[in-house]
Design a protein. Structure first.
Length: 375
């Protein structure tokens, strides 16, 4: 008997598999196709030759945890204790899974804001808890009236994703003020703040749960080296949380993965000394703007992209097909793989919208745009 009878392959796996079968350009799954920094490769090669291939401490390599504490302070002016407030995880997904498993109990409720990434719901169901899916506004900003309407004494957690996948929108200070007001009414609610694209924002700077003094004692902030350094296959992320929450999360983490890849942690520890993480926004802004320019004159309506490396687009001037069928047609007939937005929702949606990943080499963006302009 299946514990997850309604769960099948993710839309990301499905579209990437189809892209491989049809030799299509993959703008679907969110991974860069340009080279990793040669300096990081050299550092990794050096450490791979050393005798560092056994288990590291369960919570992470202590020098790397110190570096993360320093990064958190320089980025957000927040002082954290590397020993009690930080956990190195096997990617952000493991951090999210461990946090939900540790902090959510039987029959409790967790609010998910749709459209939402697909890794949130499963660990909630495995806790025998209840996911409460709340649609955002049409412009992909939080609908605080709808969120407030579903919060009650059973609410244990709200999952925020900022910058937002798939829309690329970012939260305003007013959004945080609204969240803080709700948590004043329901003080036992934990915020699981998925901020894996935190360093990829453009005209407006990212506002983090780290910035908000009222949220620090009740938030688990999720970060990703994979997203920040274009190394998604390394599957290394980290959590920052107050000690009472982190103590519980570590109990799950130690039996889920115990510890994270040793060579990767040593390499990242050295790389943080030389990496310019604050240049990411400018780098991806150029990608966003170039892709937008390439699609100028097409029938796609590009929606606001304030962060992440995703561009959403309306296609209703091209087709009235649902987004899954349109995405498959785009892949098979035109050779470009994208992601439909409907799988990011719990219920049915008539939104004629798809997501492109622009974290690609310029030649890839040029080839795909040439094909997309034919529609």
């Amino acid at each position: 008997m299946s514990k997850l009878p309604h769960i099948g392959p993710s839309i990301f796996s499905v579209m990437s598999q189809l892209a491989n079968q049809h030799n299509a350009i993959n703008l679907a799954q969110g991974f860069p196709n340009f080279p990793v920094d040669p300096i990081l490769k050299e550092i990794t090669s050096k450490w791979a030759k050393e005798e560092i291939h056994q288990y590291l401490p369960m919570a992470g390599y202590p020098p790397l945890m110190e570096k993360i504490a320093n990064l958190t302070f320089t980025s957000y002016r927040r002082k954290v204790n590397p020993t009690t407030n930080i956990l190195i995880t096997a990617g952000a997904t493991e951090g999210i899974f461990a946090s939900i498993q540790a902090l959510v109990g039987l029959n409790e409720e967790v609010i998910i804001l749709d459209p939402s990434y697909d890794c949130y719901e499963t660990p909630i169901l495995l806790c025998n808890a209840k996911p409460i899916r709340v649609n955002m506004n049409d412009d992909f900003t939080p609908n605080w009236e709808a969120i407030s309407a579903v919060m009650n004494e059973k609410t244990r957690m709200i999952i925020t994703n900022n910058p937002h996948n798939p829309s690329g929108r970012i939260w305003s200070e007013a959004d945080y003020v609204q969240l803080e007001k709700l948590l004043d009414v329901f003080p036992n609610v934990v915020v699981l703040a998925d901020e894996v694209y935190e360093y990829i924002t453009f005209e407006n700077k990212h506002i983090s749960a780290h910035h908000r003094a009222k949220l620090r004692d009740k938030s688990v902030v999720v970060s990703s080296f994979g997203k920040s350094f274009h190394i998604t296959g390394w599957k290394v992320g980290y959590l920052v949380a107050p000690e009472p929450l982190m103590t519980e999360i570590k109990k799950v983490h130690q039996f889920l993965v115990f510890s994270v890849n040793s060579v990767a942690q040593y390499a990242l520890n050295d790389y943080l000394d030389v990496a310019d993480i604050n240049s990411l926004g400018d780098f991806y802004k150029e990608k966003r703007d170039y892709f937008s320019e390439l699609l100028r004159g097409s029938k796609f309506e590009l929606l606001p992209c304030e962060g992440t490396y995703f561009q959403t687009a309306m296609y209703d001037a091209i087709s009235q097909e649902n987004d899954i069928e349109f995405s498959k047609k785009l892949l098979i007939d035109y050779g470009v793989a994208t992601i439909p937005l409907s799988p990011f929702f719990a219920g049915e949606t008539t939104l004629k919208c798809i997501r492109f990943c622009f974290a690609k080499e310029d030649t890839t963006l040029e080839k795909s745009a040439s094909l997309l302009r034919k529609l």
